[in-house]
Design a protein around this ligand. Sequence first.
Ligand code: GLP
Length: 245
Amino acid sequence: MDNIANVIGALNDASREPLYKQLQKKLRSAIENGLLSPEDPLPAERDMAEAFGVSRITIRKALEELVREGLLTRRQGSGTFVANRVEKNFSHLTSFSEDMRSRGLTPSSKWLEKVESVVTPEEVMSYGLSPGMKIYRLSRLRFADGEPMSVEYTIIPAHCIPDIENIDSSLYEALSKEGLRPARALQRLRAVLLSKEQADLLKAAVNDPGLLVERRGFTKDGRIIEIAQSFYRGDTYDFVAELSG
Ligand code: GLP
């Protein structure tokens, strides 16, 4: 990796907080924010000491506690790695296509809208985007084994994918090709009543119960990469989450 101090931020000599504590905090938040991913190797202790301008003892002290907490793991002879359990703490960030395939169903989509456009003032204000930013506006009716499952409205910054036509059956596949698949997302689920337009598309009746899944996806370095709203028919979709105590 690049100099780790550039990736997670330098320590502050002038602070009253001990350096090893500062380093722990930086590592913790880098892991939580996806700046460091499960299985990422950390540089050797001596390289970290040099990068942060501290002693090896400080580095060792910081890492030891994170290892005890299970955020990092040590592997004999090969060094220290970000532990995998982080991944299990979060639900996996899957795409519609992957979700459906994992249920043994075949995903497909019908494009309702696929245009290059500019953010509206409402989008600028709600999502903190820059005025005038070019985006792709993607609306799709999404099917599983030919049955309509959801209507999905997505916007992504246009500069992320050079040509809108590169987005075909799966948005996440297209983003992956650019190395920009979301590394982190905020997701909100809530019950809604389907509008006339949504109900018609989903072969349901207006005001039938629906499920709205909103997702804001971010790249590894925290830039917004997608804003999506998916309206599912309430009677055809369920969410399964694996939880641990
Ligand atoms: C789910 C998510 C959306 C995401 C989509 C990508 O539906 N809720 O936020 O955009 O998956 O799916 P695909 O890669 O199949 O286009």
